[in-house]
Design a protein around this ligand. Structure first.
Ligand code: ASP
Length: 307
C-alpha cells in the first residue's frame, strides 16, 4: 500500500481454512479465478464512484453464484442433507442492516438481505418466514437441490461417517464476505454462507448476527468474519473490533490482532476488515484463508495459503 490514503479499498474472503498444496492446479486456478472475479466486481463499483454497500453486495453475489464457495450455489449440507443459508449486509452510513438465517429456497441470500435492509422495519428474518417473505417480494427462488454440489456432498458424507460437524482445519470452508470503503468515506460489510457441514438443522451461525460475523460503522470500520461461528458469536467478534477502536483508541491492526491472536482459539478462523482511513486487515488463525484486496492505488491481490 502506498503512503497516501487510498480513495477506496475492498477486501474479500472466500472462507477460513485452506486446501492442500497438492490440490490439482486446475482446481486451485478455479478458486483464484473466483476470488479475482469477485474482487473485480466490487472494485468496478468503487472505481466508478459507487457505494461501498453496492460493492460488497456485488462481490458477495459473484461468490454466491460460484460453486467453489460455501454460499449460494455450492452451500454445504446440514444434518438432514439439505441446505440452510445465512447472509447479512450492513451499511456503515446509517447502521442499516438486513439479514436472513436458515433460508432454503432463496437463490441469492445477499440480494434478499439488501431488499430487507431497504424495505423492512425488521433486520433479521429466519427459516420459513424468510423464504415466504422472499416469495412475496418476488425474489428469485429455487428448489433446495439447486444448491447441490458433488464436492460438498462428498464432504457431508465424510462428516456423517465421522459423526462430526465439519470444521477441520485442512479443509476449505468457503463462507464468503466483503468489506469496503468508498470514495465518499462510507463503509459496508457483507457475509453469506451455507454454515458448517453437517450442522444440526436449525442451527444459525455468526454470519447473519449483527456484531458477531458482520458489522459496519462509518465511525470506525467494516468487518466480515469466517470460521467456527459459535466462537465469533460468543466473542461478538466483529463488534469487538469496532469497540476496541472507538472505546480504547486501538488501531484496526491492533484490534484485529487482539481478537485473532488472543481472544479466539488457534484454528477458529479469520476476518477481513477496513477502516475509515483505508487501512485494511486480512487476519486469520486457521491454516489459511481464501482472500483478496484491491484499492485505488492499483493494489489487486488474491491468496489462499500463507505465502
Ligand atoms: N462462520 C460460518 C458459520 O459458522 C462458517 C464459516 O465461516 O466457514 O456458519
Amino acid at each position: 500500500m502506498s503512503g497516501t490514503r487510498p480513495d477506496f479499498v475492498i477486501c474479500i474472503h472466500g472462507g477460513a481454512g485452506t486446501i492442500s498444496r497438492d490440490t490439482a492446479p486446475q482446481r486451485v486456478a478455479l478458486y483464484r479465478a473466483g476470488l479475482a472475479a469477485a474482487l473485480e466486481a466490487g472494485q468496478a463499483v468503487l472505481a466508478d464512484g459507487g457505494l461501498a454497500l453496492d460493492a460488497v453486495q456485488a462481490a458477495a453475489l459473484a461468490m454466491e453464484d460460484n460453486p467453489c464457495f460455501n454460499a449460494g450455489k455450492g452451500a454445504v449440507y446440514n444434518s438432514q442433507g439439505r441446505h440452510e443459508l445465512d447472509a447479512c449486509l450492513m451499511d456503515g452510513r446509517n447502521l442499516a442492516c438486513g439479514a436472513l438465517a436458515g433460508c432454503t429456497v432463496i437463490r441469492n441470500p445477499i440480494r434478499a438481505a439488501r431488499r430487507l435492509l431497504e424495505t423492512s422495519p425488521h433486520i433479521l428474518l429466519a427459516g420459513d418466514g424468510a423464504d415466504r417473505w422472499a416469495h412475496a417480494e418476488g425474489l428469485d427462488l429455487v428448489a433446495n437441490q439447486y444448491f447441490d454440489d458433488a464436492f460438498r456432498f462428498e464432504q457431508w458424507q465424510k462428516a456423517c461417517a465421522a459423526d462430526a460437524v465439519q470444521r477441520d482445519h485442512d479443509d476449505a470452508k468457503g463462507t464468503v464476505g466483503a468489506v469496503a470503503l468508498d470514495r465518499q468515506g462510507n463503509l459496508a460489510a457483507a457475509t453469506s454462507t451455507g454454515g458448517l457441514t453437517n450442522k444440526k438443522f436449525g442451527r444459525v451461525g455468526d454470519t447473519p448476527i449483527i456484531g458477531a460475523g458482520t458489522y459496519a460503522n462509518n465511525a470506525s470500520c467494516a468487518v466480515s468474519c469466517t470460521g467456527t461461528g459459535e466462537q465469533f458469536m460468543r466473542h461478538v467478534a466483529a463488534y469487538d473490533i469496532h469497540a476496541r477502536m472507538t472505546l480504547a483508541g486501538s488501531s484496526l491492526e491492533a484490534a484485529c490482532r487482539q481478537l485473532i491472536d488472543r481472544t479466539l482459539q488457534p484454528g477458529d478462523g479469520g476476518l477481513i476488515a477496513v477502516d475509515r482511513d483505508g487501512n485494511w486487515q486480512l487476519a486469520y488463525n486457521s491454516a489459511g484463508m481464501f482472500r483478496g484486496v484491491a484499492d485505488s492505488h492499483g493494489l489487486f491481490s488474491v491468496a489462499i495459503w500463507e505465502d
